[in-house]
Unconditional design. Structure first.
Length: 340
C-alpha cells in the first residue's frame, strides 16, 4: 500500500512539473486548468516563473491544489510583469493574509487581470484590508470572489471604503464571511456612492434586520445593482418591510435571493404589496421563510397584477393546501410567471 501511495505521489509530482515546464518549450493554450493536482507551493513557484513571461495564457485555474502563502506570493510577483492573463482562479487553497498582501501589491500594478477568485481560503481582515487598498487604484478587475474566507466586519468595512472609489468592479462575492450588521452598514453606505457594482453576494453571513434595513435604504438611491443574494441570514419582518419600501422606488434590481430568512407571513404580506406594482424584479427567492397560507394568499393576489416577475420560489415553507390552491389560481391569470 505504501509503495502504491509513493508511486502515485511521484506521478503527480512529475505531472505537475511537466505542466509547469511545458509552456517554456511549446506555445501555450489560452486556458490552462490544473485544478485538483496537488501542485502545492513547490510547483506553484515553477508555474509563476512561466507566468512572468508568457504571452498567450489568458485563464489559469489552480483550484484545490494545496497552494499556500508562498505559492500565492510567487504568482503575485508574476502578475506584476505578465500582460495577458485575465482570469486567475485560486479557490480552495490555503492562502492566508501573507499571500493576499502580495496579491494586493500586484493588483496595484497589473493592468490586465479582470477576474480573481480567492474563494475558500484563509484570508482574514488584514489581507482583505490590503486587497481593498489595491482596489482603490486598480482599474481593470471586474470580478472578485472572496466567499468562504474570514473577512468579518473589519474586512467588510475596508471593502466598503474601496467601493466608494473603485469604478470598475461589477461582481463582488462575500458569502460565508461572518459579516455582521456593522460590516453591512458600511457596505450599504458604499452603495450610495458606487455606480458600477451590479452583483453583490452576501449569503450565509450573520446579517439581521438592522443591517438589512441599512442595505435596503441604500437601494432607494443606488441605480446599478441588479442582483442581490442575502440567503441564509437572519432577516425578519422589519428587514422585509424595509425591502418592500426600497422596491417601491428602486429601478434596477432584477434578482433577489432571500432564501432561508425567517420573514414569515408578515414579511410576505409587506413584499406582496410592492410586488403588485414593481416593474423590474424578475426573480424572487422566498424559499424556507416560514411563510404560511396567509402570506401565500397575499402573494397570489400580487401576481394577478404583476407583469414582470418570471421566477418565484416558495419551496420549503408552510403554505399548506389553501395557500397552494391560491397560488394555482394566480397562475391562471398571470402571463409572465415561468417558475413557481
Amino acid at each position: 500500500m505504501q509503495y502504491h501511495t509513493a508511486m502515485s505521489q511521484r506521478f503527480r509530482d512529475h505531472r505537475a512539473q511537466a505542466l509547469a515546464e511545458t509552456p517554456k518549450t511549446i506555445p501555450t493554450p489560452t486556458t490552462l486548468d490544473l485544478r485538483g493536482n496537488s501542485i502545492r507551493d513547490y510547483y506553484a513557484l515553477a508555474l509563476a516563473e512561466v507566468v512572468k513571461t508568457n504571452s498567450t495564457l489568458i485563464t489559469l485555474v489552480l483550484q484545490k491544489n494545496n497552494i499556500g502563502d508562498t505559492g500565492a506570493q510567487a504568482l503575485a510577483k508574476a502578475l506584476k510583469t505578465n500582460s495577458t492573463l485575465t482570469t486567475l482562479v485560486l479557490q480552495n487553497n490555503s492562502i492566508g493574509d501573507d499571500g493576499s498582501l502580495e496579491l494586493a501589491e500586484a493588483l496595484k500594478i497589473n493592468s490586465t487581470l479582470t477576474t480573481l477568485n480567492l474563494a475558500a481560503n484563509l484570508i482574514g481582515s488584514k489581507g482583505t484590508l490590503a486587497l481593498a487598498e489595491a482596489l482603490k487604484t486598480n482599474s481593470t478587475l471586474t470580478i472578485l470572489d472572496l466567499q468562504g474566507n474570514l473577512i468579518r466586519d473589519d474586512g467588510g468595512q475596508a471593502l466598503a471604503e474601496a467601493l466608494k472609489i473603485n469604478s470598475t468592479m461589477i461582481t463582488l462575492d462575500l458569502q460565508r464571511n461572518k459579516i455582521r450588521d456593522n460590516g453591512l452598514k458600511s457596505l450599504s453606505e458604499a452603495l450610495k456612492f458606487n455606480s458600477t457594482l451590479t452583483t453583490l453576494n452576501l449569503a450565509v453571513n450573520s446579517i439581521g434586520d438592522k443591517g438589512a434595513q441599512a442595505l435596503f435604504k441604500a437601494l432607494k438611491t443606488n441605480l446599478t445593482l441588479t442582483t442581490l443574494d442575502l440567503a441564509g441570514n437572519w432577516i425578519r419582518y422589519n428587514g422585509a418591510l424595509a425591502l418592500a419600501e426600497a422596491l417601491e422606488t428602486n429601478p434596477t434590481l432584477t434578482t433577489l435571493n432571500l432564501r432561508d430568512n425567517p420573514i414569515g407571513d408578515k414579511g410576505a404580506l409587506a413584499l406582496a404589496e410592492v410586488v403588485k406594482t414593481n416593474s423590474t424584479l424578475t426573480t424572487l427567492n422566498l424559499a424556507a421563510n416560514l411563510i404560511g397560507s396567509m402570506g401565500a394568499l397575499a402573494l397570489m393576489e400580487a401576481l394577478q397584477t404583476n407583469l414582470t416577475l418570471a421566477n418565484l420560489d416558495l419551496t420549503s415553507n408552510e403554505i399548506g393546501d389553501n395557500g397552494a390552491q391560491s397560488l394555482n389560481q394566480a397562475l391562471k391569470t398571470n402571463s409572465t410567471l415561468n417558475t413557481l
